[in-house]
Design a binder for this molecule. Structure first.
Ligand code: UDP
Length: 427
């Protein structure tokens, strides 16, 4: 089957750990490769953000990254891409007209969904949507700091109603879609995945990027943005004497001094007197991550909120126990008291208790780590997740082949889209 994927800001080819490059890039990369290995022909459309990028770059046999030349040919914050989405869609539509229509288009993130619907409506291609994150959640937690276009929440509600299938990544996302009154009759839960061959418990613990240590080690991995709650873990360190915290992610190490969030975190570490036990590595190559996870006694994930969170899966696959916030995808990916401990978000004493429980009982840490690995292999390996996704895409494509009319007309949708745009502007 010919499959189009749209991931407007998150390219499978991007370096990870920067402000706008994280789990979605990993997800799209793994799915595209996985579907290609199953024999499908996959084109991943993403924005060209570098003048030297060729239009088509092979990812592997059967999977290609297609660079869509809209907007400036340099990186821009993803929130600025909204006005470009109609041009993006028109370019994709032309590409399909030239090269043949896909059987289905799978959009990642809300703006990709808009482009997929526009191109899909024009060419009769059914649309599957994975949100990765919902604007209503972001607005709830970030309030005035949320830089998303004001239209986002209204448009996501419409998208959820109008696409042929929504793939939610966790039960919490389904609950949020219910709260949005977008209808959940065509929503299916398929989680994010992890490469359990790359991320394994056994192998080098080459701590090259982080330095070796005799101290018990906690690890945080992720983009250096405030909502990841890295400061909560730094504050916890004050009540965990002799323990060190490695923070992997953010800009490259040589630019950490210029990064406002890195500077804020350093100031917190100074304030609570733990600066000598916090190691910030900056951005690390994804290939090096398994060894980094293995170097930790306990992995932490301390977000205020988290649409899914791939790092807890990577920790699990590497056989490490996790203490994390009881939010979003972690409610599905961490089995409390079996593979890790879930604690309320932004609760420093609860985080300290969770870490102590594991550091004081290394045997429990090993047991939970082994259980986490087993659960990662059976439930979350990309092979399992890709097969579930393939089934969903095939069903949607087949429904269309059978002549089912699952979408309204282009004109009607665009009309409603315009009304929603007005509502968004008004609210
Ligand atoms: N990552 C990486 N290098 C870094 C920081 C992060 O390879 O320096 C990867 C990490 O291993 C994980 C992804 O970026 O695969 C982060 O995904 P997650 O879903 O946890 O967070 P998101 O970025 O989507 O909020």
């Amino acid at each position: 089957m010919k499959i189009a994927m749209i991931s407007e800001h998150a390219s499978p080819l991007a370096a990870l750990g920067g402000v706008d490059a994280g789990g979605q890039n990993v997800h799209v990369d793994a799915l595209a490769r996985g579907l290609a290995r199953l024999g499908h022909e996959v084109d991943v459309y993403t924005r060209r953000d570098d003048p030297h990028l060729p239009e088509r770059v092979p990812l592997e046999k059967g999977a290609t990254v297609v660079h869509v030349p809209v907007g400036p040919d340099h990186p821009v914050p993803k929130d600025d891409l909204f006005p470009l989405m109609d041009d993006f869609a028109d370019w994709v539509e032309l590409d399909w007209a030239r090269r043949g229509d896909p059987a289905v288009v799978h959009a990642h993130f809300w703006m990709s969904g808009l482009a997929a619907l526009r191109a899909g409506r024009a060419r009769g291609v059914p649309v599957v949507q994975t949100f990765h994150a919902l604007g209503s959640v972001k607005r709830r937690f970030q309030g005035a700091a949320d830089t998303s276009p004001t239209e986002r929440v209204g448009l996501e509600r419409r998208l959820a109603r109008d696409v042929d299938l929504v793939i939610a990544t966790c039960a919490d996302e389904v609950a949020e879609l219910e709260r949005m009154h977008s209808g959940t009759d065509h929503v299916r839960v398929i989680p994010c995945g992890v490469d359990t061959v790359h991320f394994t418990p056994h192998g080098p613990t080459d701590t090259g990027p982080t330095g070796s240590t005799e101290r018990p080690r906690l690890l945080l991995v992720g983009r250096m943005v405030e909502r990841k709650g890295f400061d909560v873990a730094i504050r916890a360190l004050a009540d965990l004497p002799g323990v060190e915290l490695v923070i992997a992610g953010g800009p490259p190490v040589e630019s950490l001094d210029d990064d406002p969030e890195a500077r804020r975190l350093r100031a917190v570490a100074e304030e609570v007197g733990v600066a000598d036990r916090v190691i910030m590595t900056g951005q690390l190559a994804h290939e090096d991550m398994p060894a980094v996870y293995r170097s930790a006694d306990v992995v932490l994930a301390t977000p205020w909120y988290e649409p899914f969170g791939i790092t807890p899966l990577e920790a699990a696959a590497a056989g490490r126990p996790l203490v994390g916030s009881a939010v979003g995808g972690l409610l599905d990916s961490v089995a409390d008291g079996v593979t890790g401990r879930l604690v309320p978000p932004r609760d420093v004493p609860a985080l300290v208790r969770g870490v102590r429980e594991l550091l004081d009982d290394p045997e429990k840490g090993r047991r939970w780590g082994a259980a986490a690995r087993a659960r990662a292999v059976t439930h979350f390996d990309w092979g399992v997740v890709t097969a579930q996704t393939e089934r969903a895409l095939l069903e949607v494509a087949r429904r269309r082949d059978d002549g089912a009319d699952t979408v309204d007309t282009t004109a009607a949708w665009l009309d409603a889209h315009a009304r929603e745009f007005q509502d968004g502007m008004a609210s």
